[in-house]
Design a protein around this ligand. Structure first.
Ligand code: CP
Ligand code: NVA
Length: 306
């Protein structure tokens, strides 16, 4: 484990071990045990080409609590935003810091950064993947359901970065996943194929459908995300019409298991992908997910930089 670019490169075991470490760090932290020796003196650069609340704050706080230091590098302020190559950026930053987290558009830029640099790279979201989110989500599911294997997660909405990474992450840990999107908004082929290959090993099932009610049937977890990911703002109105039948509302939640939990990576848009009564209701665990970004990323940082 040198980088976290896409969960496809991690084994199911590595994912599970990382979640276990996240659980331990969370438990100890809540019981007053300090971890500021774990990454003492280490420095993490945080490159952001897109907005963020959770990713930025949780990585900064994680580094602080682990005894390290983080630098926020907005791509509009560093030379990368003015046309310096990813390769030169990677080689330069490798001379100063111990790791890079990057949130950007193209997955290939993250791969290039890892290839050209000599330090661990963590994908903090691309158009294609959001692996840090899924590690925190799996930790959250385990907390609420006591296990991961053989549960069923239904993702309803846009076949975006979060959906792609969920497919891979769930299949790798043996969770059944069913993804319902409108026609033409399915997950990328690559992630579907990786998930199906992983599922063949773990015994999980991967279902791709256009029917939200089929997806949520017998689901332990109902998950959605925004219909308008960063960079797609121009499609907002068109998407609102196409996606409305995929809204997670009480009627859809009632079609899942009675004890199903509702998940959303946030930021959420109430009245669009989810109704207010669902996201603010008793089945919602969205702020546990947000909190677990901190713990799961600490585990990733300790494994990659420690
Ligand atoms: N879920 C998530 O990545 O949130 P931010 O965009 O606020 O970082
Ligand atoms: N799919 C969303 C996730 C935000 C955390 C986006 O890419 O904007």
């Amino acid at each position: 484990m040198k980088h976290l670019l896409c969960l496809s490169e991690w084994s199911g075991n590595e994912i599970i071990e990382t979640i276990k470490l996240a659980e331990q760090l969370k438990f100890e932290n809540k019981n007053g045990i300090r971890h500021n020796h774990l990454l003492k003196g280490k420095t993490l650069g945080l490159i952001f080409a897109k907005a963020s609340t959770r990713t930025r704050v949780s990585f900064e706080v994680a580094m602080y609590q682990l005894g390290g230091y983080s630098l926020f590098l907005s791509s509009s302020d560093i030379q990368l935003g003015r046309g310096e190559t990813v390769s030169d950026t990677a080689k330069t930053l490798s001379r100063y810091i111990d790791g890079i987290m990057i949130r950007t558009f193209k997955q290939s830029d993250v791969v290039e950064l890892a290839k050209q640099g000599s330090i661990p790279v963590i994908n903090g979201l691309t158009d294609s993947q959001h692996p840090c989110q899924i590690l925190a989500d799996l930790q959250t599911i385990k907390e609420h359901k006591g296990k991961l294997e053989s549960l069923k997660l239904a993702y309803v909405g846009d076949g975006n970065n979060v959906a792609n990474s969920l497919l891979i992450g769930c299949a790798k840990v043996g969770m059944n996943i069913s993804v319902a999107t409108p026609q033409g908004y399915e997950c990328e082929e690559y992630s579907i194929n990786v998930a199906k290959e992983a599922a063949a090993l773990t015994g999980a099932t991967v279902t791709i459908t256009n029917d939200p009610y089929e997806a949520v049937k017998d689901a332990d977890i109902v998950y959605t995300d925004t219909w308008v990911s960063m960079g797609m703002e121009a499609e907002k109105e068109k998407r609102a019409k196409i996606f409305m039948p995929y809204q997670v509302n009480n009627r859809l939640m009632e079609a899942a298991k009675a004890d199903a939990i509702f998940m959303h990576c946030l930021p959420a848009y109430r009245g669009f992908e989810v109704t207010e009564d669902v996201i603010d209701g008793p089945q919602s665990v969205v702020f546990d997910e947000a909190e677990n970004r901190l713990h799961a990323q600490k585990a990733v940082l300790v494994k990659l930089l420690g």
